[in-house]
Design a protein around this ligand. Structure first.
Ligand SMILES: [Zn+2]
Length: 153
């Protein structure tokens, strides 16, 4: 095969379709999540490979590798980061401000509680978030980023 036609792996990653989308990468979304988040008629227009665009400014919610899209506003929950006012964790309502505040006070108790709850039966990230992912990774990252360094150090 001619080398020119062999694409790099990166190029094969489906991108949020332009012009309506941002051209950025997406995260693969489990079918249960798509079914819970998008209207049935809209889902019918997508292939089985559904991705969620994480760009806060982009109007595309779901897209597939063949350029079909569902607008973010058609999804059941907009969620952070597409809705900056939405709680970071739609299951338990913890917000980014909560996490930052706790980090600044060096109080990990709410984050610990969130991590514990996220493993319990009340966590429903799969159906409540448009990307189907649990918020704990982002919450932990945010906490560590805002944790104040110890003055003695
Ligand atoms: Zn996009």
């Amino acid at each position: 095969m001619n080398k020119a036609f062999v694409k790099e792996d990166d190029d094969r990653e489906p991108r949020c379709p332009q012009p309506e989308g941002c051209g950025g990468p997406g995260v693969a979304v489990p079918p249960d999540t798509v079914a819970a988040q998008a209207p049935e008629t809209a889902v019918a227009a997508l292939s089985d490979d559904v991705l969620y665009c994480l760009d806060p400014a982009c109007e595309v919610g779901y897209f597939d590798p063949w350029g079909a899209t569902i607008p973010a506003t058609a999804l059941a929950s907009l969620s952070w980061p597409k809705d900056p006012n939405a709680p970071l964790c739609p299951c338990f309502g913890m917000t980014r401000e909560d996490v930052i505040e706790d980090a600044e006070r060096k109080d990990p108790s709410r984050l610990r509680e969130l991590i514990a709850k996220s493993e319990g039966p009340d966590a429903s990230c799969t159906t409540r978030t448009p990307d189907g992912r649990c918020c704990v990774t982002e919450a932990r990252r945010l906490y560590l980023r805002h944790l104040q360094p110890d003055p003695e150090e």
